[in-house]
Design a protein around this ligand. Structure first.
Ligand SMILES: Nc1nc2c(ncn2[C@@H]2O[C@H](COP(=O)(O)OP(=O)(O)OP(=O)(O)O)[C@@H](O)[C@H]2O)c(=O)[nH]1
Ligand SMILES: [Mg+2]
Length: 318
């Protein structure tokens, strides 16, 4: 047995689980405090259940999920003595089964050279940071990676991606000037990437929220240009959502689903909010796969989304 290989992997896994738990601390402590105080010296009666529903809604789980979870808890434990840890474990199981069908790793199709990933989302949601982190992780796993600065208009946006590319040790395609059209930059990036035999091309896009028509036109143009070189591209379109906006994330999913063929979600900034329950309401409502989550600004703070560990982190269970 190769122990030297196993130990670092185990350590990395443990490291990520505690990082996830720490990252979700704002939400889990709010939920935990709410649950303990509503159970304080009392049985799980109707008033306690009503309070619990409110606590879940406050964490942005959504009204429907909150009422379903409370109803199933009531079925089993109504008017019984329950400890707060029993309630947290019960809720974590419920959350986990809601998340299970949509927690899907982002898979690369090895037959696509490159596998083109378009990254979209509103201003400041974490697109560029997420691309940087993903690029680093793909590169670390031995993939040949290139990033394209499709947000051509803002020099600062291009420079930010450049810094991440340097950190990740991957190639970048930069626009010649602020007037370079994003679609023509993408044409150059994909041609180069095909010639070089890259495994992945990650495309950053502008987050300025135009009106819906402009946004659709710009994304359509980008997709059309990519298809000239590879009819199956883009192979994924990831919508990056900032968890701190809570229920507003729903409006963003609805907007982007209309203007782009969104294939999956990345939820960022879970560390900065007590509203991490939004992940649960998004899962229940749209059924879109959630591939990755961000719990911090550093390279290692982006990780695959897994149902059980997220559910446990959310409810503060070890
Ligand atoms: N705490 C925390 N901060 C994050 C996370 N992801 C991104 N950020 C921060 O959020 C800010 C915005 O991130 P960007 O990656 O620039 O967002 P963007 O979507 O590219 O923004 P625009 O290009 O302006 O549309 C930066 O300060 C990031 O460091 C996360 O998971 N946790
Ligand atoms: Mg950006």
């Amino acid at each position: 047995m190769d122990e030297t290989r196993e130990i670092p992997q185990e350590a990395a896994k443990k490291g990520w689980l505690s990082k996830l738990k720490d990252g979700l601390l704002k939400t889990s402590s709010k939920l935990g405090d709410g649950i303990s105080s509503l159970l304080h010296k009392r049985k799980l009666d109707a008033a306690a259940l009503e309070e619990l529903e409110e606590v879940l809604i406050q964490a942005d789980m959504g009204a429907q999920v909150a009422s379903q979870m409370v109803a199933s808890l009531a079925k089993e434990r109504f008017n019984k003595e329950v400890s707060d840890s029993e309630v947290r474990t019960f809720l974590a199981d419920q959350v986990s089964s809601i998340l299970e069908p949509i927690a899907r790793p982002l898979e690369l199709d090895a037959s696509k050279k490159p596998h083109v990933i378009l990254v979209v989302g509103v201003n400041g949601s974490g697109k560029t940071t997420t691309i940087g982190k993903m690029a680093a992780q793909f590169a670390k796993s031995g993939k040949r990676v290139r990033v394209a600065a499709g947000d051509t208009f803002r020099a600062a946006a291009v420079d930010q991606l450049d810094v991440w590319a340097g950190r990740a040790g991957v190639a970048i395609v930069r626009p010649e000037s602020a007037t370079t059209d994003p679609a023509s930059l993408l044409y150059d990036a994909l041609s180069l990437s095909q010639r070089e035999g890259d495994d992945v091309l990650l495309v950053d896009t502008a987050g300025r929220l135009h009106n819906k028509t402009d946004l659709m036109a710009e994304l359509d143009k980008m997709v059309r240009v990519l298809k000239k070189l590879d009819a199956s591209a883009p192979h994924a379109c990831l919508l990056v959502l900032d968890a701190t906006v809570g229920q507003n994330a729903h409006a963003q999913v609805e907007l982007f689903a209309k203007v782009a063929n969104v294939t999956g979600l990345v939820v960022t900034k879970l560390d900065g909010t007590a509203k991490a329950g939004v992940v649960v309401s998004l899962s229940q409502r749209y059924g879109l796969p959630i591939h990755l989550i961000g719990v911090g600004e550093k390279l290692e703070d982006l990780q695959p989304f897994t149902a059980t560990s997220f559910a446990k982190g959310l409810l503060g269970i070890d």
